[in-house]
Structures are given as C-alpha cells and as structure tokens.
Design a protein around this ligand. Structure first.
Ligand code: UT7
Length: 328
C-alpha cells in the first residue's frame, strides 16, 4: 500500500491594517530608522487594533487558505495553531478558530514552539496524514505580539509585528508534497528568549503585573548566533535526508526575524540571493506567523512554481528550530 504524503493545497494570510513605521518608533523610543534598518532590515510592521485578537487573524488566514483549497471547513480532520500569544491561556486558539469556521469534525490544539510553531505544526500534521489518521488538516501560525512587547524598551519593541498565515494540507499520492520534516529543541537556553509571565511561575498578582516583567525578554546577540548555526544545520539535515544539495533548491523561505540572520544563512549555504524569500522589511518578526505569511505571498505572487523544491527553515524561543522540505 502506498503511504500518502501531505500536500499543501491552499495558503492564506491576514495582517492588521495599521502600519507602524520606523519613523513612528523614532517618536516613541530613542532609536532611529537608520539603526533599525541597518541592524534588522525592518522598515515597518503591522499592529492589531483594539478588538482584534490572534484568533481574528488566524480565522481570516484559514478562510483564505480553505477557499484556495476548495475545502469545506466540515471536511477538516485536524486544526493546529502555532502561537505564543493565544487569545486565552485556555482554551486553545485552534478551538476558537474551529468554532469560527464551523469545522465541526476536526480535533483542534495549539503548539507552543515560538517562532518554530508553524513548522512544528506542519511536522505533526504530516505524521497524521502519513499514518492515515487524518486526510485534511489546517495548520496556522498566528500572533499578536504587540500585546506582549514593552513599548518603552528599544531593544525589543522595534522587532515584532502581528499577523497570521495558514495552509490546508491534504493526503496526496505523488512527489509534489512535503518530503520531510525535522524538529529540534534545546531547553538549556530557554532564558535567552522568553516571556516571564503571567503564568504558573509568576501568577498575575498586582505585584507581578506592576513589575514590568510581563513582556518579551531577549538576549538578541546570543540568539542571533545560535539562530544562524541552527538554521544552517536544519537546512542541511533536510537536504541530506532527501539526497539533495543546495544547488537543487529553488526557494528558501526562512523565519523572518532579522535580515542579517537571513543573509548569513543564505551565504553559509551558498544560495543565490534571488532564491531567498524576504518580507521582514514589511512585517518585522511575526514569530510563528512569519513563514506561513511568506509562503502565502510567494504562492500568490507566482514565485512558487509547480515542481519547485522549497525549504522552510525556522528558529525561535525554547530554543526550538525546524526545517521542512517540499516539492511544490
Ligand atoms: O524570532 C526568533 C529569534 N529572534 C531572533 O532571531 C532575533 C535575534 N537577534 C537580533 O536580531 C539582533 O541581535 C538584534 C536586532 C536584536 C540586535 O542587534 P545586534 O546587532 O545584535 O545589537 P546588540 O544587541 O549588540 O546591541 C547593540 C547596541 C546596544 O547599545 P550598546 O550597549 O552597545 O551601547 C543597544 O542598546 O544597540 C543598542 N540598541 C539600539 N539602538 C538604537 C538596541 N536596540 C536599539 C534600537 N535603536 N532600537
């Protein structure tokens, strides 16, 4: 019996309308457009409005992906949402999206793997589909990071943005599908990138809420170095597992955290610049949403062509990192 593969049959994304530019940030903290552009490549990011939540963007991105896939929500077996900014501690944002879509048959849950969350979700959905436990799956990455960023801390507030991306996967017999997924973690470095609370360790007491420790904390420089090395390793693992070399790749869609990280990986891999997808300039770092937003843009603008060999490569808090190789 042929083992089915998971194929992406629809992509979608959704972003807030409000644009926050580097010039806007110059008026909020001691920074400059020059510093942000030269150190990160970011020029602007999107910020959710009051009344817009992680599930708002996830649902919209999912609807767009389902429409492209021509799949009815009731046909979904599985809904996975990568997020570190869920609507609530519980229930999962995936369950909220399930209700919004009317995807009555699907099992729904969130994945907490920070910026690698979408690729972790793809890896899980791939296993469900390969084993025959699911035929159609919705995988999303969705974040409203603007609500966990300290807007008075110039070290972090310039970096992040809000949004969501989604894909619909279906069982497929043939080569044009996910070829392999690799996921990795190293908890020994968790403190380099984390949000101290509120949570079990730091409950939402008035003392904690006033402590100014409710926001994302990052030792950027350390994370930068580990990210480049880990993403390079994950890229090689994906290519080696499928007997490909860098020369076979048509497109790399890396996590969009920093233009310098992306350039360093491209250089270390020896990949032509025009084979590396970049949109960090427009959206900043949207954590788990960054790869599915980029994938949707690459798909809708025709950059992804039938039979393209595409590598997705992520790194984030945990630490976590991951790669997914696919034939489009
Ligand atoms: O999403 C997954 C994981 N996240 C990442 O992959 C992010 C990884 N890290 C980075 O992208 C970079 O490390 C940053 C963009 C966060 C920082 O760039 P850097 O080149 O590593 O700068 P740095 O941390 O070494 O800081 C250099 C200086 C510091 O000043 P001093 O201490 O040298 O006087 C900072 O205070 O730049 C200062 N600085 C700023 N100056 C103006 C930090 N942020 C700003 C700012 N504007 N917004």
């Amino acid at each position: 019996m042929m083992i089915p593969r998971a194929k992406i049959i629809g992509t979608g994304s959704a972003l807030p309308d409000r644009v926050l530019t580097n010039q806007d940030l110059e008026r909020m903290v001691e920074t400059s457009n020059d510093w942000i552009t030269s150190r990160t490549g970011i020029k602007e990011r999107r910020i959710a409005a009051e009344g817009e939540f992680t599930s708002t963007f996830a649902t919209l991105a999912a609807r767009r992906a389902l429409e492209m896939a021509e799949v009815d929500p009731a046909e979904l077996d599985l809904i996975i949402c990568g997020t570190v900014t869920p609507d609530f501690p519980f229930p999962s944002t995936a369950c909220i999206v399930q209700q919004n879509l009317g995807a009555t048959r699907a099992a729904a849950f969130d994945i907490s793997a920070a910026c690698s969350g979408f690729l972790y979700g793809l890896s899980i959905a791939d296993k469900f589909i390969r084993t025959g436990s699911a035929v159609r799956a919705l995988v999303m990455g969705a974040e409203v990071l603007s609500r966990v960023v300290d807007w008075s801390d110039r070290n972090t507030c310039c970096l992040f943005g809000d949004g969501a991306g989604a894909v619909v996967l279906a069982a497929h017999e043939g080569e044009s599908a996910l070829l392999s997924t690799h996921i990795y973690s190293d908890g020994s470095h968790w403190e380099l990138l984390h949000q101290p609370g509120p949570g079990n360790r730091n409950p939402a007491s008035s003392q904690f809420l006033e402590s100014g420790r409710t926001f994302i904390r990052m030792q950027g420089n350390e994370v930068f170095k580990l990210a480049v090395r880990a993403m390079e390793d994950a890229a090689h693992a994906a290519l080696n597992a499928n007997d490909f070399t860098v020369a076979d790749l048509d497109l790399l869609i890396p996590h969009q955290a920093n233009r310098r990280i992306i350039d360093a990986i491209g250089k270390r891999l020896g990949l032509d610049k025009d084979k590396v997808f970049i949109n960090v300039d427009r959206y900043g770092n949207t954590s788990s949403a960054s790869i599915p937003i980029a994938l949707d843009e690459a798909n809708r603008t025709g950059i992804l062509k039938p039979d393209s060999l595409v590598l997705l490569d992520a790194f984030g808090g945990g630490l976590t990192w991951a790669s997914v190789l696919m034939r489009w």
